[in-house]
Design a protein around this ligand. Structure first.
Ligand SMILES: [Zn+2]
Ligand SMILES: [Zn+2]
Length: 364
């Protein structure tokens, strides 16, 4: 059996403290596992939240990152879905095929998604928690082989990495969760990397009115570059009234909330036309609360729903998105705002907080 390997990655040891590049140890892949050499990793807001202790303090130290592309370097026994040398995007949903959702044909809701069973460890022997069961701010990581989704060789790793989380979440929310149809109107509240991906998905679905909503004028300009037909800044007046004005007084067929705050969720709920769908994508804080006047909600009809990971099936969707990028239908080049080194991840979080980037991408 081959030996464990020493890798380098960004490790967050304590809540609220900067992540630091350290050596860590990866066991040789066991049955069903894959060692992946990371080529690129997007810096997603979830990494910042985890690092800040938003998801609790029990799981430190974290190996940051969960949006990555790379090359399968070594496989454990019994792996048949990938081979060494495959170019892959890593998925944080790898349906188990056996849980109560998988068994009734809803693998996109899998409640027992597969991860590597062995643990990676810090150089001083502490078990690491890879973010969302992946860990991509690093030279190598250990995952379940079914988390590796092969894509064609030759596509740029930086752009491909984004399909692993943010882009998939946004495009999938439009196509699958919101079921946007040709000719429909859409509002997207929060125009970061995920919101702009909703805009791309809505455009691909044939939406004819796509309203970008954000308090940042730069983000609104960027949103137009991805296909938004209108821009609304809530600082200039009531956004619901403005959205209704743009849509002939009716409101939109589908609204998407990509911020995770009560006030933006309320905009998304009330800017809909009759029977419209409101899709919540943003992750709200633990104490966030929305009051829902039921009679008003009933009269409007439609649906209020959550979208986890764009209701995607990575094995179906990742190669499809890669192909759409290749055909020029998905503007992933526009989402990659900065390409940085492993050592610059902390600065990338600050740039994200200052609203300067859609995505910084770490190139290994
Ligand atoms: Zn399952
Ligand atoms: Zn993410």
């Amino acid at each position: 059996m081959a030996d464990a390997i020493t890798a380098r990655g960004v490790i967050a040891r304590e809540p609220g403290k900067p992540g630091v590049v350290e050596d860590f140890s990866i066991p040789s892949p066991g049955p069903g596992e894959a060692l992946v050499r990371i080529l690129a990793s997007g810096v997603c807001h979830t990494d910042l939240s985890a690092k800040n202790g938003v998801y609790g303090t029990d799981y430190f130290p974290f190996l940051l990152g969960h949006e990555g592309s790379g090359i399968v370097e070594r496989l454990g026994e019994g792996v048949t879905n990938v081979k060494e040398g495959d170019y892959v995007i890593l998925a944080w949903r790898a349906p188990c095929g056996a849980c109560r959702f998988c068994l009734v044909g809803q693998p996109h809701l899998c409640a027992a998604s597969l991860n590597a069973s062995q643990k990676m460890k810090t150089h001083d022997g502490i078990e690491l928690t890879p973010i969302l069961g992946i860990g991509t701010f690093c030279t190598h990581t250990l995952v379940h082989a079914k988390q590796c989704v092969p894509i064609p060789q030759g596509l740029p790793p930086e752009q491909m990495s984004l399909i692993g989380c943010g882009v998939m979440t946004g495009v999938g929310a439009a196509l699958y969760s919101g079921q946007v149809k040709p000719g429909q109107s859409v509002a997207v509240i929060g125009c970061g990397g995920v919101g702009d991906s909703v805009i791309m998905g809505a455009k691909l679905a044939g939406a004819t009115t796509i309203i970008a909503v954000d308090v940042d004028p730069t983000k609104l300009e960027w949103a137009k570059g991805f296909g938004a037909t209108h821009a609304v800044n809530p600082r200039d007046g009531d956004p619901v009234a403005r959205i209704k004005e743009i849509t002939g007084g009716f409101g939109v067929n589908a609204s998407f909330e990509a911020v995770g705050r009560p006030e933006t969720i309320e905009i998304a709920i009330w800017c809909r036309d009759l029977a419209g769908t409101c899709v919540i994508i943003g992750v709200a804080g633990q104490d966030a609360t929305v009051t829902l006047p039921i009679a008003k909600y009933f009269d409007l009809g439609g649906a209020l729903r959550l979208s986890w990971y764009g209701d995607c099936l990575p094995t179906r969707d990742f190669p499809l998105r890669a192909n759409w990028y290749k055909q020029g239908q998905l503007n992933l080049d526009g989402v990659v705002t900065r390409v940085i080194s492993l050592e610059e991840s902390e600065e990338a979080f600050h740039a994200m907080e200052r609203g300067e980037t859609l995505r910084s991408v770490i190139k290994i």
